[in-house]
Design a protein around this ligand. Structure first.
Ligand SMILES: C[S@@+](CC[C@H](N)C(=O)[O-])C[C@H]1O[C@@H](n2cnc3c(N)ncnc32)[C@H](O)[C@@H]1O
Length: 362
């Protein structure tokens, strides 16, 4: 059984969602036990205040360290994981939810006002988790979202054991469309293949429909799926990727092993497919094909490989890796690696290819 303690200023906030439907049944069945802790019970203030003005000025109030620390310590056990729900945390994903379902005891700390005194986070919190790139008024709803996402992975919570496995994200792509009776509704028919009962054909149709939906709404997942999946050949992947409007850069390299090591460790590229003398890698919108072969020095200097990285987090990650001392390990001299400004990284690979990575401003 997974035990969860929610620390907040509004224990009553959780009543409706936790006393309804699947989460209610999950508690009745003993799959999960949820305890409410009111942070105000840990203040000595006669008005039960738990917030104060921020040092350094600015708007809003900050939750004081003392009552929050006492509340966490009252709930914490030897094997607890203390999670602060925060827009500054790592994003909650299906993978994260699945791994949290393996824990014994979660302590979910909900922030209010401008947030919690940093010293509590530094001392008491194991992990910060965000439910998305937007800011809510407090952490109660994020805590509920996390509980709901985690509970689906607890044994016995979903009626049909395989249900969670078939949902969006589980196979790296979105779920397929679903239909129920009637077969015809306002002139729209349920696809014929779903009515016919051929399980192999139904599975193929569902995979194709799920892939099409993913390509349309989540090109990031689509690309990753194509690169990692075993369902298509290297060439099929490449042509599907170029259909997504993604540039493929082909480079001849002297040593595939050395180049792979460089691109994986310095730029953080993911290897989608590797054969003896061929590898396909991806990084955001870059698809890089490395072919081991003879470099024709007579062709003169390589052209500059100018690439836009669409996502600033991805760009920062590369900048962080590229500036780490280990780059020197790859034989890059200072002048080969330049952080021209925060939005451009220039570097050379082991074969002298000159990369210029720019962060695409949105
Ligand atoms: C108004 S927010 C504070 C936002 C904070 N000043 C900031 O900009 O990072 C109050 C509380 O709501 C919760 N919260 C707000 N947005 C969240 C999100 N996207 N994910 C998780 N928790 C969130 C956190 O517990 C946070 O302490």
């Amino acid at each position: 059984m997974l035990e969860i303690a929610i620390l907040s200023l509004f224990p009553e906030y959780f009543r409706g969602p936790l006393e309804t439907s699947i989460l209610k049944r999950a508690q009745e069945k003993g799959a999960v036990a949820i305890q409410q802790v009111d942070i105000r019970d840990f203040t000595d203030d006669k008005h039960r205040r738990v917030d104060d003005r921020p040092y350094g000025g600015g708007p809003g109030m900050v939750m004081m360290p003392e009552p929050v620390t006492k509340a966490v310590q009252s709930a914490r056990r030897v094997r607890s994981k203390v999670i602060y729900m925060s827009p500054q945390g790592r994003p909650l994903t299906a993978e994260k939810a699945r791994s949290l379902a393996q824990e014994e005891h979660l302590v979910l700390l909900s922030g209010h006002y401008e947030g919690i005194d940093q010293r509590v986070i530094d001392r008491e919190v194991d992990e910060e988790i965000s439910i998305g790139d937007y800011v809510l008024t407090n952490g109660c709803l994020p805590a509920l979202v996390l509980i709901d996402a985690v509970a689906r992975f607890l044994p016995g919570v979903l009626g049909h054991e395989a249900a969670a496995e078939e949902d969006s994200f589980e196979s790296g792509i979105l779920d397929c469309p679903h239909y129920t009776r009637p077969v015809s509704f306002m002139g729209q028919e349920v696809p014929k293949v779903l009515q016919e009962g051929n399980h192999q054909k139904i599975a193929q149709w569902r995979y194709a429909a799920a892939l099409a939906k993913t390509e349309q709404t989540r090109p990031d997942l689509y690309r990753r799926h194509l690169l990692s999946g075993e369902r298509c050949s290297g060439q099929q992947k490449e042509s599907a990727l170029s259909r997504c409007g993604l540039a493929t850069i082909r480079l001849t390299v002297a040593s595939l092993k050395e180049s792979l090591s460089f691109y994986k460790r310095v730029l953080g590229l993911r290897v989608g497919r590797k054969e003896e003398r061929y590898a396909l890698l991806s990084l955001g919108s870059i698809n890089l094909v490395l072919m081991e072969g003879k470099l024709r020095r007579s062709d003169g200097p390589h052209p500059v490989l100018e690439v836009e990285v669409e996502n600033s987090t991805e760009f920062d990650r590369i900048a962080h890796r590229a500036t780490r001392a280990e780059v020197i390990h790859y034989g890059l001299r200072e002048e080969q690696l330049q952080l021209l400004d925060t939005l451009t990284i220039e570097l050379r690979d082991p074969d002298g290819y000159h990369w210029c990575l720019k962060c695409r401003q949105s």
